[in-house]
Design a binder for this molecule. Sequence first.
Ligand SMILES: C[S@@+](CC[C@H](N)C(=O)[O-])C[C@H]1O[C@@H](n2cnc3c(N)ncnc32)[C@H](O)[C@@H]1O
Length: 299
Amino acid sequence: MRLARSGSQSRLDDQTMQKAEPKLSLIARAIRLAANPDLRKRAMLKRSTSASFIERLEYDALSRPHYAYGVYNAALQARSLGIDRISVIEFGVAGAAGLVQLEIISELVKAETGVSVTTFGFDTAGGMPAPVDHRDMPYVWTTGLFSPHRDIVKAAHRSTVIVGDVRDTVPRFCAEHNPPPIGFVAHDLDYYSSTAAALKIFSEDHRFLLPRVFCYLDDCIGDDHELHSEFTGELLALGEFNTAHSSRKVAPIFGLRHKRKIPAPWNDVMFVLHCFDHPHYSTYTNPRWPKPAPLTRPA
Ligand SMILES: C[S@@+](CC[C@H](N)C(=O)[O-])C[C@H]1O[C@@H](n2cnc3c(N)ncnc32)[C@H](O)[C@@H]1O
């Protein structure tokens, strides 16, 4: 089902993870910018109309750099395995602000890598359902939050939006939509119970998944009211998934912030689903060193 969606009611904006950064005064910001050549370059790239996708990706000069990082790296992995089309998913669409960015990024990634990217979104289309219990952190989120605003009609028209509760829609998704292998998933359903239901997609047959699926978890870092932990919310759902599966594990990308030109909070909430039981999990694809010729023994 294709659905034109309304604009975001989300408290999140394009600078999603910046909510976790301290607010800086204008003067402090100017001093920070002047002192750091990478920040100056990012500011320049954001204004540029000719900068390449790769340069903008490297310097976090794209809207939702976490989506761009995940989709691009998933496409590279697919290409190295000879796969020419992947799926990417946003769980929790609200007003489609994120899904529209995912569509734009997917086009840029296709132009860069040659890998086609199909975008899917999942939402009730009616806002947050009722929380199940304390594990959904009802002190942060409540029934009806992020319900679509009828005045802001923006279309995520290049995506397929699956409308309904993910408890019902996720189990049917692969059979009904036969998606290309999933390479990136943005988890933004907020609740433990919803995320646990969405994670069932990672139990699907390996043909619906890349061997390593990039994931962004939106609700592991929040403001000083949210107080995330592994005992509630998205992190609890992730922990339970890992306990329940021996050959599939979701793990953080250790050290990601040390590889980034401009370290940012999103670096700490990027994960990868490792499908050890995928027939291509152990296929050698390291772009750093070409595969050596087979060893030959002297006669
Ligand atoms: C924070 S909003 C998503 C914001 C969006 N990702 C963005 O960045 O613009 C969370 C969304 O998750 C949806 N949601 C939560 N639990 C759900 C469930 N069980 N099934 C489907 N959608 C759900 C809500 O309707 C809400 O729109």
